[in-house]
Design a protein around this ligand. Sequence first.
Ligand SMILES: C[S@@+](CC[C@H](N)C(=O)[O-])C[C@H]1O[C@@H](n2cnc3c(N)ncnc32)[C@H](O)[C@@H]1O
Length: 325
Amino acid sequence: MYSLPAYGQMVADRARFDAYRSALERAISEDCLVADLGAGPGVFSLLAAKAGARKVFAVESDPSVEWLRSLAEENGCGQRIEVIRADSREVHLDQPVDVLVSDLRGVLPFFGQGLLSLIDARDRWLKPTGTLIARADTLWACPVTAPFWYRRQVGAFQPGALGQELGLELSILHRAASNHWCRADLEPEACRSPPEPLGRLDYLRLSTPHFEADAEWRLTGGTVHGLAVWFDAELDAETTISNRPSTSSPLYGQAFFPWSEPLEAREGQRLEVKFEARLVGEDYVFRWRARHLDRHGQTLAQQDQSTFFGAPLGLGDAQAARLGG
Ligand SMILES: C[S@@+](CC[C@H](N)C(=O)[O-])C[C@H]1O[C@@H](n2cnc3c(N)ncnc32)[C@H](O)[C@@H]1O
């Protein structure tokens, strides 16, 4: 459940707002039917109505969508916006739509059951010739030097931190904390190599919420604290937004996946990574495995991390049962 100020931050992100507005204006003609999936308080629905849509179905499970009833009246489009407060997967629209707009992402497109909801709405609501906004996300990744985010994520339990100074043995928590990812705000200088694409989610064709990719980088020297992952979104053929390091869109940030031990890299060494995002029930289990290689291809270090290992034992057991593991 989002708070109204959280929705406010989404609306206040100028790059994102302008990009969705112009993609909607290009896609919508007068006779158009639009579905706004995950409408929140309904800003995309208002934009679609203002762009001339004949009717907009604003579908949202959160109570915040109730604001849209008054907002639609205030904006002179009360007759053209139908508010549907429900989980989209339980909603049947009596006519297929020309445009389906949504932003169900978190920091990454792998957020709760968003991809499942999008696949379902696309298959049941959108005309075969209809327009999907956004139509694709390309995932990017890069090894990064990120001492601030690393300290914030795992520093409290590291050897030499306060707990150990006071005689406590906290290495179990150090291992577990390094199996958690976080939202970070990184600068391009954090990158220890040019970013590599992990893959493209083509929303017109996507059929699974799961994702896995391999990537490899030639490193510049320095400490590598973990992997940064972000996306470039294609809203339509002309409009893109991105949450790459140092972007003008501050809303999403980047996803930072720490190593359990930072790597000391020398110029010319390589890093191979296998990245997985697997939807398990309501949420994603991420796994990020790394192999650090010298110039001759000899393995210097390996790490195998997963949010699964970051859960306390009891919860891990429950997830393992669901995974069949
Ligand atoms: C990131 S917010 C976007 C809100 C708004 N569209 C905007 O861009 O400002 C995503 C919204 O999607 C809603 N949502 C996610 N999955 C949904 C589903 N299956 N059915 C209805 N609403 C959903 C969430 O409750 C949340 O309000």
